[in-house]
Design a protein around this ligand. Structure first.
Ligand code: SF4
Length: 363
């Protein structure tokens, strides 16, 4: 039987929205730099990277200045897991993770011997916030018959409590694999991604109630209106978007799959339902094509910066430079916790290698 159950529909998300708002109210805002300041910070960061044998790994959703700087200096731009894996392959002593907190933690878990810095430790994720370890662990205990599958956008503690960690592009394959073994699944934390996987696979899934505040804002009504304006455009959507958005999307995929679709599809125009930080890479891979941001709610309480993650936006040249200069904002993960979290992370990497799948996903 295909059984989909959500925990206390709506109630958990409403509570988490309040927590997210509190975080955003405390968030430090950065002011834009003029070209001379940008050049000055870039110069100093390059000097520090060389002096300290450090590299920047940046997420696709961060500022294009940071993405370009990472690539120019031998670092890396990618999704969360690719970022973490870069650390394991690099001979750098210091990895500066420009992204959000769980990405720094994953990098540290996979490269315990390296120093991992972040421009700010305030940069978190609504999915991580909405899945606190105590409540999650109690939920797992209540459903001990289920295999616990968590998305990469979780704390080290939640990963350590899980059986599998997955990214958005490997999640379907892992769930199908578990279904073949007759497993029932407890999925956390993103309810839209969980719902999409359940619908696609028919798996028996118990789904935690949390969402990404960026993707949650995309609306099908606005998309349908936009499609009238751009009838030849393909709609590309990340599976963290609500189901009614996914139903009208032409391609549903992880960050990397969206980039590949933009490159490979014959369309000249695309409406893109994911963080607008990705437009920098989309324009690089298909400079002749037109990319349009999918419409969002606009005035919702948590929508401080629609189609752009406010926490990703906290990564600036200034904060990156300061962190590197002072070696501040170091990520530490308790060694026992890291050992536990490594098990489901490694399980995913091994599965991907055996099945020759890409483990690329988004934030
Ligand atoms: S874009 Fe969404 S999923 Fe990614 S870090 Fe921001 S809140 Fe989390």
């Amino acid at each position: 039987m295909n059984d989909v159950v959500t925990m206390e529909p709506g109630a958990q998300l409403a509570a988490d929205t309040m927590v997210v708002k509190q975080y955003l109210d405390q968030a430090v805002r950065t002011s834009p730099l003029d070209p001379a300041e940008q050049a000055s910070y870039k110069k100093r960061i390059k000097e520090l990277l060389t002096e300290k044998n450090a590299r920047i790994v940046a997420h696709y959703y961060t500022d294009s200045l940071i993405q370009d700087l990472a690539e120019e200096t031998g670092g890396f731009v990618g999704d969360s897991l690719e970022m973490a894996r870069f650390g394991t392959k690099s001979d750098a002593d210091i990895i500066v993770v420009a992204g959000v907190r769980f990405m720094g933690e994953s990098a540290k878990i996979l490269s315990a011997e390296k120093t991992v810095l972040m421009p700010t430790l305030e940069a978190t994720c609504s999915l991580d916030i909405a899945c606190p370890i105590d409540e999650f662990s109690a939920f797992c205990d209540q459903h001990a018959d289920r295999t616990v599958v968590v998305y990469a956008n979780t704390s080290a503690a939640v990963k350590a409590r899980s059986d599998w960690v997955v990214t958005s592009s490997i999640a379907l394959d892992v769930v199908e694999h578990l279904m073949e073994q007759g497993k029932k699944i407890l999925w956390a934390p993103d309810k839209h991604l969980g719902g999409y996987i359940q619908k696609s696979t028919g798996a028996d899934m118990l789904i935690w109630d949390a969402a990404c505040i960026v993707h949650e804002e995309f609306k099908s009504r606005g998309l349908l209106d936009m499609r009238k304006l751009y009838p030849d455009a393909a709609i590309l959507a990340h599976p963290e978007s609500p189901n009614d958005v996914l139903e009208i999307a032409d391609v549903i995929g992880s960050t990397t799959q969206i980039i590949n679709a933009a490159k490979n599809l014959p369309n000249e125009e695309f409406i893109v339902a994911t963080d607008k930080g990705i437009f920098h890479r989309l324009q690089q891979v298909a400079p002749q094509k037109k990319f349009i941001i999918a419409p969002t709610a606009g005035n919702d309480a948590t929508c401080r910066s629609c189609a752009h993650c406010p926490w990703m936006g906290m990564n600036s040249l200034q904060s990156l430079c300061d962190s590197l200069e002072m070696e501040s904002n170091q990520i530490e993960v308790d060694s026992e916790l890291a050992k536990q979290a490594m098990i489901p992370l490694q399980r995913m990497l091994d599965f991907a290698a055996e099945n020759k799948l890409k483990t690329s996903g988004k934030a």
